[in-house]
Write a protein that binds this ligand. Structure first.
Ligand code: APR
Ligand code: PHB
Length: 390
């Protein structure tokens, strides 16, 4: 087979790029390791920054997001028994975020690819990129006993943190930066009315908690847990009791509880691999960088990679201009590191660290007091949360 751009990974990054390029007449093939049902069964975060929502519209996939997603102009931080609101709209100069599940968004991207007869190959086994530093790279995968070869101009590594593309870059070329946090988030999805129309990020000495939602009848809650905990350690009753302990009384009192539909633990990790280009391989999204979920930057830092790659590819194919491709890694990494900084800051501000000394705790308290006493500090939080410009 032959294509212009071979995309490894059919998550939001790969699908979005494929859709955008197709609309500009650039041919792509997406190779996805898993079945569509599997990809769509993964529960992920649900806050889209303004720029990502715009990209969905540009990709002609924004209809359901605009009809069913909720625009949020603020969120709460609870601490010391009180709720303080961050007015995103006011402090970001009129911007907001869209609350729309990543699973739904991925479904919309698949539907859009189907409508355009986009080539998305599922259950592609042993995907391997080859000859990445030549001008004739190719990708192979296995379908049963048959090995299939795809010749292409460029390979996109959009295959997530555990994918094959980053591993195809020689170790002496790549520098990896990593920070592992000593806790995880236990998440529960439940068919209950959300306790608050806007998200609540809760700082509490027993540990962080988050009240989020997917719709007005579907809630998503998280609590910070030690890495040694497993899902089996947490019955639904124990989860609700612990969540309530970490929230102001009046919030806990109005919390509607119910059976969990999904329950999982995600460790918190920050990771960046540099550079994001090796020869004719370009990495995007989780393949190159991940953030802890505090601050909801995961999908949003993938969005800027896709935006830069999309424009770079269009400039290459339509105008013969390669400057976007040449600058891709440096440009993408500059924004990636800002998302890393923000996610680290929000994580540090709101979590309980097992090894923190009284001095650290005083600083954490002061950081929070400063935030709510300074319009400039709130402005910085707001501009990062709604998304820095691409
Ligand atoms: N070959 C082909 N596909 C692969 C391979 C492989 N060797 N390894 C992984 N994949 C697929 C995965 O099955 C997955 O569907 O690549 C896809 C990568 O998707 P994501 O992990 O969702 O990564 P990305 O598209 O960059 O999306 C970033 O997802 O994890 C969240 O917080 C993250 O919100 C962010 C978003
Ligand atoms: C979620 O709804 O799953 C969610 C929302 C905000 C976050 C993280 C996760 O910061």
């Amino acid at each position: 087979m032959k294509t212009q751009v071979c995309i490894i990974g059919g998550g939001p990054s790969g699908l979005m790029l494929s859709q955008l390029l197709h609309l500009k007449g650039i041919d792509t093939i997406v190779l996805e390791k898993h079945s569509r049902e599997y990809v769509l069964s993964r529960i992920r975060a649900g806050v889209l920054e303004h720029g990502f929502a715009e990209l969905m519209r540009e990709a002609q996939c924004g209809e359901r997001m605009d009809a069913e997603g909720e625009i949020h102009e603020g969120f709460f931080i609870s601490h010391d028994g009180v709720l303080d609101r961050v007015d995103l709209e006011k402090y970001s100069g009129g911007s907001s975020v869209v609350v729309y599940g990543q699973t739904e968004l991925t479904r919309d991207l698949y539907d859009a690819r189907d409508k355009m007869n986009g080539a998305v190959i599922h259950n592609a086994e042993d995907v391997k990129p080859h000859d990445l530093t030549s001008d004739k790279p190719y990708v192979t995968y296995r379908d049963g006993d048959e090995v299939i070869r795809i010749d292409c101009d460029y390979v996109i590594g959009a295959d997530g943190f555990h994918g094959v593309s980053r591993k195809s870059i020689p170790r002496d070329v790549l520098t990896e930066y990593e920070k592992v946090y000593p806790f995880g988030w236990l998440g529960v999805l439940s068919r209950t009315k959300p306790v608050s129309p806007e998200l609540i990020y809760a700082k509490h000495e027993r540990g962080f908690a988050l009240c989020s939602l997917r719709s007005q009848v579907l809630s998503r809650y998280y609590i910070q847990v030690p890495l040694s905990d497993s899902v089996e350690d947490w019955s639904d009753d124990d989860f609700w009791a612990e969540l309530k302990r970490r929230l102001p009384q009046e919030v806990a009192d109005r919390m509607e509880t119910g059976p969990s539909i999904e329950k999982s633990i995600a460790p918190l990790r920050s990771f960046v691999a540099e550079p994001m280009r090796y020869g004719n391989l370009f990495m995007a999204g989780d393949a190159a960088h991940i953030v802890p979920p505090t601050g909801a930057r995961g999908l949003n830092s993938a969005a800027s990679d896709i935006y830069y790659l999309y424009h770079a590819m269009v400039a290459h194919y339509k105008d013969g201009d390669d400057s976007g491709l040449e600058n891709y890694s440096a440009k993408a990494l500059a924004r990636v590191w800002k998302a890393q900084r923000f996610s680290w800051w929000m994580t540090t501000l709101l979590h309980t660290f097992p090894d923190s000394i009284p001095y650290d705790q005083k600083l954490q308290q002061t950081d929070l007091e400063y935030l709510f006493s300074s319009e400039k500090a709130l402005g910085s939080l707001a501009e990062n949360y709604v998304g820095l410009p691409f």
